[in-house]
Write a protein that binds this ligand. Structure first.
Ligand SMILES: NC(=O)C1=CN([C@@H]2O[C@H](COP(=O)(O)OP(=O)(O)OC[C@H]3O[C@@H](n4cnc5c(N)ncnc54)[C@H](O)[C@@H]3O)[C@@H](O)[C@H]2O)C=CC1
Ligand SMILES: O=C(O)CCC(=O)C(=O)O
Length: 413
């Protein structure tokens, strides 16, 4: 099959991939006919990001690149954003939506990797391995069972019982742990897991507390001094969710006072912009804290799967207009449009928009083959398949773009 063209040829669409996104994404774009792919191993400094994003039609990032409203204001050509990870808190989702830019992510591909790391950390913390490891590195031999426990029969408290939390629970039960969880939504408990009566109840009962919530206003500092004080003396805390969830100074204080047995922390309120020296944290002072550089989802398996998954979503949107599974945008699942010309119209969701759109087609005496509409409170997305030639398509696109409240139009041939 010859490749379908979009409103301009695929080879003119510029794809900017940052932060060492897996080559599987590059391969997926190439296989779909995209040739202008710029790949960077790291995040870009803010000024360079603004320059590069101004030229890009599609951008792929991971958790480090901050796509703020100011950065997005420079992204005049951008049609789609891919977060090659789960979290999308690094993107101003409202600003992107109001600019007519859907944001896609990979909600599942690295969840197993995080779950495996957390289970390993649970065993390591319960055995006091971080301190023993630090001692050995300093040449100190300290063979002792003091403070060292099996995880079998101990209680794991999972805060946020979603894709990662549930997998952690299943793996922990396989090791003989009792699993309790807390979530703001009612959740199906897997295996023998039990819901706790609330966060305070979970904190009071768990030997190890592990956090798997997203970054939201409600989760910011959800573990601070009062919550740490409710944990069992000598219990352990694991955070592989987001650095904003734990008050790091309060955690350092609890560790300094010996209230907690230890902690494993993979995510930080401020993370260095690049690999190399420059990681600062009060937790560096503690031998009983396992520190990792935000690698919960960083396995080759996860990254390869994420590369394929998010690239497929971006390509589908670019070629077909489908926004299924976009995190910030009206979701429209579209059939192929063989034989029809497809117009995309993204607009402010104000009364009378649809009638103005349809008036364009009646004015140009063009038959509509199919129409798809979804709205969010602020933004609407209409896709119209028409029986028209490319020249008419361009005229229709210009007429649609002239409707007040239009955010973006595209034509797919
Ligand atoms: N360290 C790393 O490399 C990685 C970190 N993550 C982080 O892990 C987070 C969780 O990932 P998933 O399990 O896939 O997300 P998910 O969306 O499947 O699960 C999150 C759960 O948290 C619950 N929740 C939300 N607000 C809550 C609150 N205030 N109190 C209690 N529960 C609340 C939700 O109802 C949901 O069940 C992501 O948002 C991301 O920030 C994800 C992947 C890799
Ligand atoms: O490894 C990454 O790029 C970020 C992983 C993560 O935190 C996420 O998927 O939300």
């Amino acid at each position: 099959m010859p490749p379908k063209t979009t409103s301009f040829p695929r080879q003119d669409i510029r794809v900017l991939l940052l932060e060492g996104i897996s080559q599987t994404a590059v391969e997926a774009f190439r296989a779909a006919g995209y040739t202008q792919i710029e790949w960077h191993p790291k995040a870009l400094p803010d000024a360079e990001l603004k320059t590069r994003i101004a030229e890009a039609h599609i951008i792929g990032i991971r958790s480090r690149t901050q796509l703020t409203a100011q950065v997005l204001a420079e992204a005049r050509r951008l049609i789609a954003i891919g977060c090659f990870c789960i979290g999308t808190n690094q993107v101003d989702l409202d600003a992107a939506e109001l600019a007519g830019i859907p944001v896609f992510n990979a909600p599942y591909s690295n969840t197993r990797s995080v779950a495996e790391l957390v289970v390993a950390q649970t065993v390591m913390l319960m055995r006091g391995i971080p301190q023993k490891n630090a001692d050995c590195h300093r040449g100190i031999w300290n063979k002792s069972a003091d403070g060292s426990h099996e995880v079998r029969g101990k209680t794991l408290g999972i805060v946020g019982y979603g894709h990662i939390g549930t997998q952690v629970g299943v793996l922990a039960e396989a090791l003989g742990m009792r699993v309790i969880f807390h979530d703001i939504q009612t959740k199906l408990a897997l295996g023998n897991a039990q819901p706790a009566a609330g966060l305070d109840d979970l904190l009071a009962r768990a030997d190890v507390v592990t956090l798997h919530v997203p970054d939201t206003p409600a989760t910011r500092h959800m573990i601070a001094a009062p919550q740490l004080a409710r944990m069992k003396p000598g219990a352990h805390l694991i955070n592989a969710s987001r650095g904003t969830v734990v008050d790091i100074d309060a955690l350092a204080d609890a560790l300094a006072k010996g209230r907690l047995g230890g902690a494993a922390v993979d995510v930080f309120p401020v993370e260095p912009e690049a690999n190399g020296p420059g990681f600062e944290s009060p937790l560096r002072a503690f031998d009983n804290v396992l520190l990792t550089p935000h690698v919960g989802g960083s396995t080759l398996e996860a990254q390869d799967n994420i590369g394929t998954e998010v690239a497929a979503k971006l390509i589908r949107y670019s070629d077909n207009g489908s926004t299924l599974s976009a995190v910030n945008f009206p979701e429209v699942a579209l059939p192929e449009h063989e034989g029809s010309l497809r117009l995309l119209h993204i607009h402010r969701n104000v009364p009378g928009m649809l009638s103005q759109i349809n008036e364009v087609f009646s004015r140009h005496q063009v038959n509509i083959d199919g129409q798809f509409l979804r709205t969010h409170p602020k933004v609407g997305y209409v896709v119209i398949d028409v029986n028209a030639n490319p020249a008419q398509g361009q005229l229709l696109k210009d007429a649609l773009a002239a409707i007040p409240g239009t955010l973006r139009t595209r034509v797919l041939y």
